[in-house]
Every structure is written in structure tokens, then in C-alpha cells.
Design a protein around this ligand. Structure first.
Ligand code: ATP
Ligand code: TPS
Ligand code: MG
Length: 322
């Protein structure tokens, strides 16, 4: 018997990821199966929303494993919640499939459920259609009223930080289709950062009363920091020698260009008053996560990258769809 749209929803989403008891479950008054999901917010909290689309051969390679796709998709979408300082609650999934492949769907559903549990989210609805492989995930989170992190709060005198290390995932694009057995150890490390980005959710929540502005790095540091600078009406200086680069990336070469202009990092870039450096150091130690000071905010507009000799380094453009 052919598998219908409703069979897919029932088997792989209502009984799969939709069953997940995530941290946000108490917020879900009505989940999958009705016209709308209904979420309850804690008193005094605001709803934070973001949607992102992933298209085959643009955001992930053709014939990509469905287990990797599910985790990567939820991670990159949850990363916007992290950048806003949201506590994650729930998500919806609009899934367009060229054919019904039950093995593909089964692995997708299991991996999506694992990722949802890891990030503290529950699948509350979606849409299933036929067409070229494409996913859109709407993610929802909450934050105490007035405390969401925005892009427009950077102030002259702030210092600029990034979490983790930059450039690994974009360097991995060069060997996305290499057989695992043929990968060198460094290449496997870089590839892991592409397949399984870590949305910095706990960091984002801890930045609520510390950062003046924040963004997640999807298109490349220079481009995404540029959004903070523009929205805040300030200029920024980045010292390229202070960018956090992994050993694997340094072995690979073109590390600076990957870190400044390669996308897919999903680390957070944020600004903090210089007087609060000690709080960032404390946070870094308590989260066991590198938080590197890479530059500062000044009067003016645009981003200036300088090297150790104070010479200007011009980064390439970040990722642009058109
Ligand atoms: N088609 C659209 N209609 C309405 N708003 C949009 C549309 N596309 C983007 N936006 C809005 O424009 C702003 C910038 O979107 P953009 O997708 O560049 O940010 P992002 O999601 O943080 O980055 P990325 O997609 O690279 O992760 C966001 O506020 C987003 O909601
Ligand atoms: C197979 C493959 N995977 C990834 C990339 C890189 N990439 C694609 S879209 C994007 C920006 C974020 O997307 P969006 O702005 O839509 O959120 C980046 C960095 C590529 N070239 N090929
Ligand atoms: Mg977007």
C-alpha cells in the first residue's frame, strides 16, 4: 500500500520527534494534529521566533544522510534562538520530499528526536509536501520581557567576543564528498563541525544581562558582525591575530579567510562593555567554552580588520544567496 502524507506525519513526526518530552513541553497546550499548535508562555516572558530554510545542494550536499540533515537543520535554526538569548521551547517543520523513502524518513525522525531532546525543544507542527528536497524550520523560544539580545545595542567602548573557534565548517566544504576512510584526522575534525554545529543556547541565555548585542555566525564573521555594527550605528575593529582558529584549520591553510568570510560556524559574536571582561572570563570558565576577545567598538561605521603590524586586512564577502 502506498504511504500517504498522513501516514508519514503519524509514523515519523507524531510518534517520532513529536513525542519528545523536551524541556519546553509544559509550554505545549496543543501540539501536532490540530490547525494550530497552542503554546503557553510563563508570565512575564516574551515569545522569540525565527524561521530558516535549508535547500539541497545549497545548504547541504546532494544525497546527504538524513540523520545528519535532521540534526544539522535543527541546530542551525536553534542557533538564532541562542543569538537572541532565548530559552528554546518548540519548533515546526515544513518538509518537502521528492519521494517517500521510509528508511530515509525513519533515520531522519530518530535523529530529529535526539536533537530536539538535546536542545530542549519539541516538534509541535509542520507541513509535508512533494517537491525538491527542502526543509523550513520555525523555532520558538522565550525570554523574560525586555531581556532578548538584539543586534542594535553595541556601544562605543564595548569589546567584541566570539565563542568557540571559527572557520572549520567552511574549510570542510572542500571534502564534503570524500569517503570517510580517505579522510585525514584533521579533515575529519573539520567535517564534524560542518555536520554537527553546536547552537550556543546556554551561552546565549547567560549573555542576557551581559551582552549589549549578539548575532550567530552563519554567513561569516565579517558579514555577521557587520550586521551588529550597522544596526547599532557604530564601527568595529577586529584584530585578526586574535581570532580563535583550531589546530585542524591551521593545518588546512587559508585559516584567516575561512574564519572571517566562511559561513556555517554557528558560533556567537557579541559585544560587552569593557568593564565587564571579568564576567565574560567567569562565564567562559563556568561553561568550559572559549570566549575570545577579538576587537572593539569605536565611533564611525563599518568593520576594519587589522593584523599584528596594524596593517589593514580586507576580508572577502560572506555568503550571499544572490
Ligand atoms: N522573506 C522574508 N520576509 C520577511 N522577513 C524576512 C525575510 N527574509 C528575511 N527576513 C528577515 O530579515 C532579517 C535578516 O534575515 P537573515 O536570514 O539574513 O538573518 P538570519 O536568519 O539571522 O541569518 P541566516 O539566515 O544567515 O542564518 C531577519 O529579521 C529575518 O526575519
Ligand atoms: C553543500 C553546501 N553547504 C553549505 C554551504 C555554505 N553555505 C550555504 S548557505 C550559507 C549561509 C547560511 O545560509 P542562510 O543565510 O540561508 O541561513 C552557507 C555558509 C555550501 N556552499 N554548500
Ligand atoms: Mg535567516
Amino acid at each position: 500500500m502506498p504511504v500517504s502524507e498522513f501516514d508519514i506525519i503519524q509514523r515519523y513526526f507524531r510518534e517520532g520527534a513529536g513525542k519528545i518530552i523536551g524541556a519546553g513541553t509544559s509550554a505545549v497546550r496543543c501540539g501536532i494534529g490540530d490547525d494550530c499548535a497552542v503554546l503557553s508562555l510563563a508570565v512575564g516572558h516574551e515569545l522569540l521566533l525565527s524561521v530558516d530554510t535549508l535547500v539541497e545542494s545549497v545548504h547541504f550536499p546532494v544525497n546527504y544522510s538524513s540523520a545528519l540533515l535532521a540534526r544539522r537543520a535543527l541546530a542551525v535554526c536553534a542557533s538564532d534562538l541562542a543569538a537572541s538569548g532565548a530559552s528554546p521551547l518548540a519548533f515546526t517543520l515544513a518538509l518537502t520530499l521528492p519521494t517517500v523513502d521510509e528508511d530515509w524518513l525513519s533515520a531522519f525522525s530518530v535523529s530529529l528526536a535526539d536533537a530536539a531532546a538535546e536542545f530542549g525543544m519539541v516538534l509541535v507542527g509542520g507541513d509535508t509536501t512533494r517537491g525538491p528536497l527542502c526543509l523550513s524550520l520555525q523555532v520558538m523560544g522565550s525570554a523574560p520581557a525586555g531581556q532578548a539580545l538584539l543586534r542594535n545595542g553595541a556601544q562605543v567602548g564595548d569589546v567584541i567576543y566570539v565563542s568557540g573557534s571559527l572557520g572549520d565548517a567552511s574549510a570542510a566544504l572542500a571534502f564534503l564528498n570524500t569517503e570517510p576512510a580517505e579522510l585525514q584526522a584533521d579533515q575529519a575534525d573539520l567535517l564534524a563541525r560542518y555536520h554537527a554545529p553546536t547552537p550556543r543556547l546556554v551561552l546565549g541565555q547567560n549573555l542576557r544581562n551581559l551582552a549589549t548585542a549578539a548575532i550567530d555566525i552563519s554567513d561569516g564573521l565579517a558579514a555577521d558582525l557587520g550586521h551588529i555594527l550597522k544596526a547599532s550605528g557604530v564601527a568595529g575593529v577586529v584584530r585578526v591575530q586574535d581570532l580563535p582558529l583550531s589546530a585542524a584549520l591551521l593545518n588546512h591553510g587559508s585559516a584567516l579567510d575561512a574564519a572571517l568570510s566562511g559561513g556555517d560556524d554557528y558560533e556567537l559574536c557579541f559585544t560587552v562593555p569593557a568593564s565587564r571582561r571579568a564576567d565574560v572570563a567567569f562565564l567562559s570558565a563556568s561553561l568550559d567554552l572559549a570566549l575570545s576577545e577579538i576587537g572593539y567598538i569605536e565611533v564611525g561605521h563599518g568593520l576594519r580588520c587589522i593584523d599584528a603590524q596594524n596593517k589593514v586586512y580586507s576580508p572577502a564577502n560572506g555568503y550571499q544567496h544572490f
